[in-house]
Design a protein around this ligand. Structure first.
Ligand SMILES: [Zn+2]
Length: 135
């Protein structure tokens, strides 16, 4: 599990309110707007099930979904929120697409170079619905 370390300065760079882990990934008004955009943009993969508080805070909610790509997008989104907050950048949901798509390309290349049909089938199964997403 990835452990996120918060800044020494305990105010949120998105909204200037005091920050803790819960604020950073779920409570912040800017982060809530971001999650709404993610839900809309990735609806073909996420379905109509909203991203739960537990998913936003931990990346996984056993009561919501065991869908691999949904979990992966949320994990990438959490790292994206963390990185942007640490570097004082605004959250631009449109930039998340290229982050996730780069992982798609890397995993494809690894599967392709493995020369194992099972590895490529696994890749294709995980990323099957990715082409439904409009960048
Ligand atoms: Zn904030």
């Amino acid at each position: 599990m990835v452990k996120f370390k918060l800044k020494q300065n305990d105010s949120c760079s998105f909204c200037s309110q005091s920050q803790d882990r819960k604020h950073l990934f779920h409570g912040c008004v800017k982060v809530r707007e971001f999650w709404k955009k993610v839900e809309n943009q990735y609806e073909p993969i996420l379905g109509s099930v909203p991203i739960s508080e537990l998913e936003a805070l931990t990346g996984y909610d056993p009561n919501v979904s065991r869908h691999t790509l949904r979990n992966f997008i949320i994990l990438c989104a959490r790292k994206f929120i963390y990185d942007n907050n640490m570097h004082g950048k605004e959250l631009d949901a449109t930039l998340l697409y290229s982050v996730v798509n780069n992982y798609n390309k890397i995993e494809y290349k690894i599967a392709d170079e493995s020369l194992k049909i099972r590895t490529m089938l696994h890749h294709n199964k995980k990323w099957k619905r990715w082409s439904d997403i409009i960048p």
